[in-house]
Unconditional design. Sequence first.
Length: 146
Amino acid sequence: MTSLLILNGPNLNLLGQRQPEVYGHTTLDDIRAACATRCAAHNLAMRFEQSNHEGALIDLIHGAAADQAGIVLNAGAFTHTSVALMDAASSVALPLVEVHLSNIHAREPFRHHSYIAPVALGQICGFGAQSYLLAIDALAAHLEAG
Ligand code: DQA
């Protein structure tokens, strides 16, 4: 069965408690459940992971090349800093959709730049947990189009 990697970076394990005024009260487990339902609706399997460590995220991206058809990536703050994550994403050449809960373009200037965007199919941000579901829809359509 075709499968997607939904990959979450640093501090996203704290969703629900972390700055609820910015990120809301939805937990990462809530997002995992919503993503599983949406993947199933597209007849896709899902691997859902979170790490606070850049190297672990890189290893997960490399590993995805073996058994995943695409990646939904919320790289958290590494979005704005990590050339290594950008290189990992371009190395595996899987279709990737960048997501953020918040609208990074409406926040501090240092959040406006993404190292992931140039190697992504596209970026979805500002819709809270819904950003992930829109990304799954976009990847499913992309994969279906062949
Ligand atoms: C985030 C936005 C990033 O700027 C921030 O560092 C995060 C979360 C988001 O989902 O809105 O950790 O990726």
